[in-house]
Design a protein around this ligand. Sequence first.
Ligand code: NAD
Ligand code: MG
Length: 394
Amino acid sequence: MAVTGLCILGATGSVGCSTLDVVARHPDRFRVVALTAQRQVERLLAQCRQFDPMVAVVGDATAARWLQQELAAGGIKTAVLHGPDGLTQAAALPEVSTVMAAIVGGAGLMPTLSAVRAGKTVLLANKESLVMGGSLFMDEVRRYGARLIPIDSEHNAIFQCLPQDSSVGLDPDGVRRVLLTASGGPFRQLAAEALAHVTPEAACAHPNWVMGRKISVDSATLMNKGLEVIEAHWLFGLPAERIEVVVHPQSVVHSLVEYVDGSVLAQLGHPDMRTPIAHALGWPERIDIGLPMLDLIQIGQLTFEAPDQGRFPALRLAYEALTAGGGAPVVLNAANEIAVAAFLDDRLPFPGIAALIERALQVLGSTPAACWDAVIELDDRTRAACAVWLGNGT
Ligand code: NAD
Ligand code: MG
């Protein structure tokens, strides 16, 4: 068996740590070549001690010096790089064949693109990069012969339910529509008036999944599902009207594909990211990760309901941005990142997140973004505009 050389972008995060957990169970299959982190340098040091990568990347030069000294003191020869250039280099190393793209937010765009441009197999957790890049991103995937395997549990489920030979990015034969399941988040049953008073802690306490703080808030607003609708559009080549969202509070059915003959295929499993990660890492083979069996009798009931777009307008905004096209998804994503950071920082109430995004879309949503420079410029412009609106409380 050939050993897979891995780069894990965002190794210290929730997806990064789950990836290393899977990798540690299969030391004969995977060689960790590069690990990256922004701020959690101590955790990265522990990971370097365990996996002995060729390269580690951190956010800045000070952290890089500290890490290099600690590693040298322990006799570990990992080379330490830093900053955006370090990330770009790590993702394109010749020793790497597979890159786990698990940085959170727009910061993941350039490193993920670097992996695509180096023709790697890209395990895509960083949905924001695909939302921002859209057709530009998919064009690069095709141009450089990269392979995209979705890590997001819903898209990984859909990938598993599609014909094995269907290539990512093309409307697969015989598919009528895909159904993305959503847990509904921690506020699924909360009255609209109460949403104005929810805290960041409550928003981050997801009922089923343990995740980073940004995606936890996205799950609470349903923007996560909105970003996932856009992600599904690009990954599977389906128009918005053939991508449906179904709230499924148990998070056992991870998504479904409906075919024209009426067959509906679903993928089920525990709400544990190690399953889609193991699927993508092992693909096209299956690897054991020691999870307990799914006990359907104990689960008892699987329920489904429509999303409430009145209390959770973010989902509607995402559909509108997808349909509008051009720079609208870039604006949606950037405004969301600024709004979520402000909410986590107690500077914006929960309903203010969708309100800020809506305002950004009204002001900037019709800006075109037909090349990468335009995408980056619009992303910057949206973040700056949102910061001003937040700053002067208008
Ligand atoms: P997290 O916050 O737990 O971890 C983020 C990682 O990115 C960390 O390693 C951090 O060091 C790194 N990072 C943050 N800012 C950075 C920057 N400016 N430059 C370089 N690195 C930076 O996030 P997460 O929950 O693991 O999510 C990661 C990505 O995976 C997100 O795009 C998220 O939407 C997606 N995702 C996560 C889950 C999940 O269960 N956590 C599920 C599906 C998809
Ligand atoms: Mg998901």
